[in-house]
Ligand binder design. Structure first.
Ligand code: SF4
Length: 270
């Protein structure tokens, strides 16, 4: 990984950003010139709609994992719905099962934690060499697009033991979490995942159901804020670009720095 070539994170980031700026002049990407002022959620009853959506589209793999502990999962899901809000908000960070960022970072230090870093496909650049609506990412630091891509930067700044995911659909991430849980029964998943506010609102209860802990990072830009837009995006129809805001990018990189400096305590997820 690019960060491994440097003695400290600041030097790695300066080298990454310097080249990215050069490439921005020689290989400019299609970016959002202005941020659209879009409400995060533009319609009501979003949790109920999310529940129906998940049940309607859940596939065999999801149910296979669900039915390993159906009672436990169902009880946890209802408990979560009864609790009301499933998260604590800290700026663009939606904290699930943590009441503060300090608690989250403390958990990252736990050798029994498995750090999962995930990115919604909708903030991949239009020019992404791996394609946008896929779970792939070549993260090539010499590629002119990857080098300008925040996802690529995070992938290289993350600790080597982190499990990286590129997320095309909500069911994909659910299944991956079940797979990881099963593959690492002795580990507690701690995630940092980007998503639009509507997804963070709708599906936090499902994270609680599956006993997942972590942070959902709110995306801005051309987000999905209606169920119709969300459903189209789940089929790869996403003509707009979402972004992690600059300040939030810095906060994510701080977390990765911390995770990396304590990375020796993690066990590679395989
Ligand atoms: S780093 Fe990954 S997501 Fe970003 S442009 Fe490269 S392949 Fe696409």
């Amino acid at each position: 990984m690019f960060w491994d070539q440097f003695s400290d994170g600041e030097k790695a980031e300066a080298a990454w950003d310097g080249k990215a700026r050069e490439l921005g002049a020689s290989h400019p990407l299609k970016i959002l010139r202005t941020l659209p002022q879009m409400p995060g959620i533009a319609e009501g009853a979003i949790k109920r709609k999310g529940l129906f959506y998940l049940l309607r589209h859940a596939n065999g793999l999801f149910w296979r994992y669900f039915f390993r502990q159906p009672l436990c999962y169902t009880l946890r899901l209802f408990r979560s719905y009864l609790r009301g809000k499933s998260y604590v908000r800290d700026g663009d960070f939606f904290l699930y099962s943590f009441s503060s960022l300090a608690q989250f970072t403390e958990k990252l230090r736990d050798p029994n934690s498995l750090f999962v870093l995930g990115f919604s496909y909708c903030h991949k650049p239009f020019e992404c060499p791996s394609g946008r609506f896929t779970d792939q990412c070549i993260k090539d630091p010499e590629h002119p697009v990857c080098r300008q891509c925040f996802i690529g930067k995070c992938a290289h700044a993350a600790p080597p033991s982190a499990k990286l995911l590129w997320i095309p659909t909500i069911h994909y991430i659910g299944e991956q979490m079940f797979v990881l849980k099963e593959a690492h029964p002795d580990k507690k998943i701690v995630f940092l995942i980007t998503a639009c506010e509507m997804s963070l609102e709708m599906f936090g209860d499902w994270g609680y159901m599956a006993e997942l802990e972590g942070i959902g990072v709110r995306l801005d830009g051309r987000i999905c804020n209606t169920m119709r837009a969300f459903e189209l995006s789940e089929k790869g129809v996403k003509p707009g670009l979402t972004v992690v805001l600059d300040e939030t990018q810095k906060r994510m990189l701080e977390i990765l720095k911390l995770a990396r400096s304590r990375g020796a305590q993690y066990t590679a997820p395989g």
